[in-house]
Each structure stands twice: as structure tokens, then as C-alpha cells.
Design a binder for this molecule. Structure first.
Ligand SMILES: Nc1ncnc2c1ncn2[C@@H]1O[C@H](COP(=O)(O)OP(=O)(O)OP(=O)(O)O)[C@@H](O)[C@H]1O
Ligand SMILES: [Mg+2]
Length: 374
């Protein structure tokens, strides 16, 4: 006999003969199935309407009011029930009607008088088949979603990559044609623009590369014991010059002796992007504060700025690649790829963490990411 599936399944037995109902009920209950009963087709449909979560129907063919074929036809036309497998119960002299049973949408049949092992084997097989079909369908849907996300992502990248290249070409062609007529000042300005466009394209490519490596699993998650204090101070050091150039003070309560077990390079990547954003979107002078707190079951790191803030509609697009990517220039025209936060979210998903933002336009933003406490 087939092995019974692990999950507890619910089976509706429909037969106008109380004796059959009793026999089948006993067999199924002993096999630990949940069982419902109906004495005719109409009652069966009423019961399905009340609880459409039945996993399988055992359906007699000859019944008063509504026969088994008709019940099956109605079920297969109804989106709520069409996925429920129907096994017909047929008397041995009715085997010639079995073709009709399959035509109406039945998946199998058992003949009376019932053999307990055969009945259970058929029931188990179809329940398992239904479960596997559902799993395959969910898997296919998941793949479809992932593919659509990737397509969207690459189309955005292809579009955004054109901008810096077009910018560079627009500057360099006329520059070369009339090189001798440009003053040193003008040349300086043009070269600055070329550098800015190149940096922006380079950043985009760099982020794309990290994202695609992360998607293909080639960025390993390597957790280690991190002492937040030293690692945060190192991140601050790496952006200090940027902050100083915009007259932005960095505040950090360095007394926190908190340790987490996580991937150091992912942690630094996330914090650096949040700090760079805070500086980029804060006017001169301003303040960026880093706050580390223990919350229930997690460590929360917040980067709070006194900057320009984010609109409600932009907020909903920050961490997603399946829509238009949110990207704007900083308060001093600093460029970016618009992928920084998407990568932060990608890494945090792998680190078992979360990220969210609170922001008010004109007042500032607070980005908080959490990591599981160890
Ligand atoms: N602290 C902040 N204040 C205001 N807006 C912000 C802040 N952080 C992010 N944003 C908004 O979210 C967008 C996306 O940020 P994200 O870090 O993903 O990309 P980016 O900074 O534009 O590019 P990159 O990270 O590649 O330099 C920014 O362009 C900006 O519009
Ligand atoms: Mg950024």
C-alpha cells in the first residue's frame, strides 16, 4: 500500500447508501483522514460551498436529486472546486460507465464492494499528485515572478546606462572638434562633467555586478562575530571626507559594546550606503546621527539625517526593482545608481534582517536596519 501523506487531508464522501458511507468512513478515519459526508449530489455541493477546503471527493455515480456525473461537471466548471480530485465510487456492473466518469473530470474510480487497501492506495496517490501539482505550479509562478523582476531590472539598467555614455559623447565630440578654441576654465568644466558621467556609469556597473553576483549566489554569506563599535567607526572614517566637504557633522554614540554574528562586508556595504545617502541628501550644514539599539530579539542600527526627506510615493519604491527605480541627484548634484538601497535589502534578506524608513520632506529621514540578536 502507498505511504500516507504527512499532512492531514479532508475528504468528502458522497453516497446515498448509509452502509457505504459507514464502511468508507471507518477506513478513512482509521487512516487518520478528516472525513465529511453527503447523502446526495445537492448536499455535496452545499457542503463544498460551506467549506471549499476539501482535498478530495469520493463520489457515488447513482444518487437521487443530482447524480455523481452532474456534481463532477458542476465542480469542474467552478474555479473554487475544479482542482479538487474526484474519485468515483461505482458498482462493479457499472464499469462500462467509467468512460463517462473520466469525461466529466473524474481522476479515478473504485468499485464496490470496497477493498480497504485499494481504496486507500487510490486516495493517497491522488492526494499526493494534487500536492505535487500545486508545488510545481507554485514553483513555476515563483520562477515567472523572478524572471519578470530580472527582465525589469535589466531593462532599467540598459536604459540608465545609456545616460552617462550619451553624456560623455555629447561632451567629448565637440571638445575634440574645436579643442584649440576652449579656454582652460571651460576645459576644466567639461572634464569635470566627463568625470561625473563616468563615475555615475561606473557606479551603476559596479552595483549591477554586485547585484548579479548576489543573485547567482556567488557572494557567500560569511557570518562572524562583529563588534559594532569598531566596524561603525571604520565606516565613518571611510565617508568622513565627504561629510566634511558638505559641513555635515557625524554623531555616534561610541559607547555601545554590542556584538552581532553577521557578514562583515555586507554590514559595511549597508551602513556605508546609508551614510553616503544621508550626506548626499542633506544640505550644508547638517547632522547625521548613528544610533545602535537592542530591541526584542534584534539589534537595530539607525542612520538619521536632517536632510531633504523623501516623498510618500518615492518611499514605496526605494527597496524594489520591479517598478521604476527611485533615483535623484544629491543636494550638490551628487550622482548615484539608485540601486544602493535595493542591494541593502538584498543583503539584509540573506542576513535575516529588515530595513525600513521613516521620513518627512524638508525635515529629514531615518533609515533603520535590524539584525537578529546572537
Ligand atoms: N537619506 C535620504 N534622504 C533623502 N532621500 C534619500 C535618502 N536615502 C535615499 N534617498 C532616495 O532614495 C534613492 C535611492 O537611494 P539608493 O541608495 O538606492 O541609490 P542612490 O543613492 O541614488 O545611488 P547609489 O546608492 O548607487 O549611490 C535616492 O536617489 C534618493 O532619491
Ligand atoms: Mg545610495
Amino acid at each position: 500500500m502507498d505511504k500516507k501523506p504527512e499532512k492531514s487531508f479532508k475528504i468528502l464522501v458522497v453516497d446515498d447508501n448509509p452502509k457505504n458511507i459507514q464502511v468508507i468512513g471507518t477506513i478513512l478515519r482509521e487512516a487518520k483522514y478528516e472525513v465529511g459526508f453527503a447523502m446526495d449530489g445537492k448536499q455535496a455541493l452545499d457542503m463544498l460551498q460551506d467549506s471549499p477546503d476539501y482535498d478530495l471527493l469520493l463520489l457515488d455515480i447513482r444518487m437521487p436529486v443530482l447524480d455523481g456525473y452532474e456534481v463532477c461537471r458542476i465542480m469542474k466548471r467552478d474555479d473554487r472546486y475544479k482542482e479538487i480530485p474526484v474519485i468515483f465510487l461505482s458498482a462493479s456492473h457499472e464499469t462500462e460507465n467509467i468512460i463517462t466518469a473520466f469525461d466529466t473530470g473524474g481522476v479515478d474510480y473504485v468499485t464496490k464492494p470496497f477493498n480497504a487497501n485499494e481504496l486507500l492506495a487510490r486516495v493517497n496517490t491522488h492526494l499526493q499528485l494534487k500536492q505535487r501539482t500545486l508545488e510545481v505550479r507554485n514553483y513555476a509562478l515563483e520562477l515567472e515572478k523572478l524572471n519578470a523582476t530580472k527582465d525589469k531590472f535589466f531593462s532599467i539598467i540598459a536604459h540608465d546606462l545609456r545616460n552617462p555614455f550619451e553624456g560623455i559623447l555629447m561632451i567629448t565630440r565637440p571638445l575634440l572638434e574645436n579643442l584649440s578654441s576652449w579656454s582652460a576654465d571651460e576645459l576644466n568644466k567639461q572634464i569635470e562633467m566627463i568625470i561625473s558621467a563616468t563615475e555615475s556609469g561606473n557606479k551603476l556597473l559596479e552595483n549591477l555586478l554586485i547585484w548579479s553576483r548576489s543573485q547567482t549566489g556567488s557572494i557567500a554569506f560569511k557570518p562572524g562575530d562583529l563588534y559594532l563599535e569598531s566596524i561603525i567607526l571604520r565606516c565613518i572614517d571611510s565617508i568622513r571626507a565627504q561629510a566634511k566637504a558638505k559641513n555635515i557633522r557625524i554623531d555616534y554614540n561610541a559607547s555601545t559594546k554590542i556584538k552581532v554574528k553577521t557578514d562583515e562586508s555586507m554590514f559595511c556595504h549597508i551602513l556605508r550606503n546609508l551614510l553616503t545617502n544621508a550626506i548626499k541628501f542633506t544640505r550644508n550644514p547638517g547632522t547625521v546621527t548613528i544610533l545602535v539599539e537592542k530591541i526584542t530579539g534584534a539589534i537595530a542600527v539607525s542612520v538619521i539625517d536632517t536632510g531633504i526627506g523623501i516623498s510618500v510615493s518615492d518611499k514605496s519604491r526605494l527597496f524594489r526593482i520591479d517598478g521604476n527605480i527611485c533615483s535623484r541627484k544629491g543636494t550638490q548634484n551628487e550622482t548615484g545608481s539608485g540601486l544602493g538601497l535595493i542591494l541593502c535589502k538584498e543583503f539584509l534578506d540573506r542576513m535575516g534582517g529588515t530595513i525600513h524608513v521613516e521620513s518627512e520632506q524638508g525635515k529629514g529621514s531615518r533609515f533603520t536596519f535590524t539584525l537578529p540578536e546572537t
